[in-house]
Design a protein around this ligand. Structure first.
Ligand SMILES: NC(=O)c1ccc[n+]([C@@H]2O[C@H](COP(=O)([O-])OP(=O)(O)OC[C@H]3O[C@@H](n4cnc5c(N)ncnc54)[C@H](O)[C@@H]3O)[C@@H](O)[C@H]2O)c1
Length: 421
């Protein structure tokens, strides 16, 4: 019998370094650890084939090992060409989990890797941005008959899946892990907040104090980035298209204005809207000489890079992750990480402590899908509330924090309408 290689990584000799970093991250993932210990005993995913398209980070490695220990036969590919940690990929391959991901891979290889993950004939899919699920639905639909269900990790992926559902073309149930409160309130806010600042700092070594930082999009990620930039002494300007979010930003103490105005004054621009051409040619034309542009949203479409190219006569890589564009009018603009999510391109993504909660939701949602496979329909489902609450409880326990519980009298009061003034 001949077997073809089902993994593709940069360098297997990086495995030892990756293994140590995976161990380091695991220290901060007590909830995943508890789930893993139970999965070892109960094997809830016994024999289930999983194809996972995720950022290949040390935290993802701990999720993959947990699912493997729960009995799953898992293969991984990258959910972004620049987010892979090559040592982590090598360590996973050494531990028997095939990985298809190389930091800096081109688009052709990126999709080749997704297709290799799909060759695994998944019964469960895990996605971050929905590239795997959309490839499965559009180009590999013959494989859908095997699939029991899937999970989606991020806002942009959930938006794409809801659109697929609306057209009636979604073929199996998917749980929107992003929409669990124990995911977006922590991962999107504190995770993206800290790691975006970390990525920009590592790429540029700029001083944040006194800088005018323009944050485009005030969703949960935008909240976190604004909070952290403010904490470092930046003057934060928020741009939005939704009036309630804009109002919230005003009351949170930030300046709010249209991007055409902010473009003239900003020192650093961060897109985090999950939208296309948020920073467009008209904005680029107004920016100050030396302005820095970074994106932390899922895809590299938030900054109109072709427009930037069209305004420039030359570009050079002045530091790793910084491209200096020399514009025809004499200004210079600096694009970080090729416009890809900067926290994963130039730093290590979210700290393990928040991924602990996101990935606990992943593991428990996958177990839920397998247990409830007979009654789930081809829809986008929320994470069941009991899972969300369980993750919060376990996280609090791991921190040694106890909380109060309702007295019988309070329970009755809170469920009645009779008692008033
Ligand atoms: N970098 C990471 O590690 C990471 C982590 C989590 C989520 N994400 C991604 O970040 C993006 C944002 O996620 P979120 O959870 O904050 O989403 P969200 O939907 O809660 O917030 C996005 C906000 O952007 C606003 N917006 C949309 N178009 C805009 C425009 N043209 N100008 C200004 N504002 C605009 C929306 O009104 C909304 O308030 C998504 O692509 C998501 O997948 C990245």
């Amino acid at each position: 019998m001949t077997t073809t290689k089902n993994y593709d990584i940069k360098d297997p000799t990086l495995a030892e370094a990756g293994k140590q970093r995976i161990e380091w991250a695991y220290r901060e993932m007590p909830v995943v650890k508890l789930i893993r210990e139970r999965f070892v005993r109960e094997k809830p995913l016994d024999g289930i084939r999983i194809s996972a398209c995720l950022h290949i980070t040390t935290e993802t490695a701990n999720l993959a090992l947990t699912l493997r220990d729960g009995g799953a036969d898992i293969i991984l590919c990258a959910s972004n060409p620049l987010s892979t940690q090559d040592d982590t990929a090598a360590a996973l391959v050494e531990s028997g989990i095939p990985v298809n991901a190389i930091k800096g891979e081109d688009e052709e290889r990126y999709y080749k890797h997704i297709n290799t993950a799909l060759d695994h004939k998944p019964q469960l899919t895990i996605d971050d941005g929905a590239d795997l699920v959309t490839t499965l639905h559009s180009k590999r639909s013959e494989l859908i008959k095997n699939v029991i269900g899937g999970t989606e990790e991020t806002t942009t992926g959930v938006i794409r899946l809801r659109s697929l559902e609306k057209t009636g073309k979604l073929k199996y149930p998917i749980i929107a892990v992003n929409d669990a409160q124990t995911k977006y309130l922590f991962d999107n806010r504190y995770g993206t907040g800290q790691s975006t600042i970390d990525g920009i700092t590592r790429a540029t070594n700029i001083l944040w104090a006194s800088k005018k930082v323009v944050i485009c999009g005030y969703g949960w990620c935008g909240h976190g980035i604004a909070l952290r930039a403010k904490g470092l002494g930046s003057q934060v300007i928020v741009t939005e298209v939704e009036p309630i979010r804009a109002l919230e930003a005003v009351m949170d103490g930030y300046q709010v204005m249209p991007l055409l105005e902010a473009a003239r004054v900003g020192d650093i621009f961060i897109t985090i809207a999950g939208d296309k051409n948020v920073i467009n040619k008209a904005h680029l034309q107004l920016m100050k000489d030396g302005a820095i542009l970074a994106n932390s949203g899922h895809f590299n479409i938030e900054i109109n890079i072709p427009a930037l190219e069209s305004l420039a006569h030359s570009k050079r890589r002045i530091r790793p992750f910084i491209d200096e564009y020399a514009l025809n009018d004499g200004r210079h603009l600096y694009l970080l990480g090729e416009g890809r999510l900067i926290n994963l391109a130039a730093a290590e993504g979210h700290p393990a402590s928040v991924m602990d909660m996101s990935f606990a939701n992943q593991a428990l949602s996958l177990e839920y899908i397998v247990k409830n496979r007979e009654r789930l329909e081809p829809k986008v489902y929320p994470v069941p509330e009991e899972i969300d609450k369980q993750v919060a409880r376990l996280k609090l326990n791991s921190m040694g924090i106890e909380i109060d519980s309702l007295t019988p009298e309070q329970k009755e009061y809170l469920s009645s309408w009779e008692q008033g003034t």
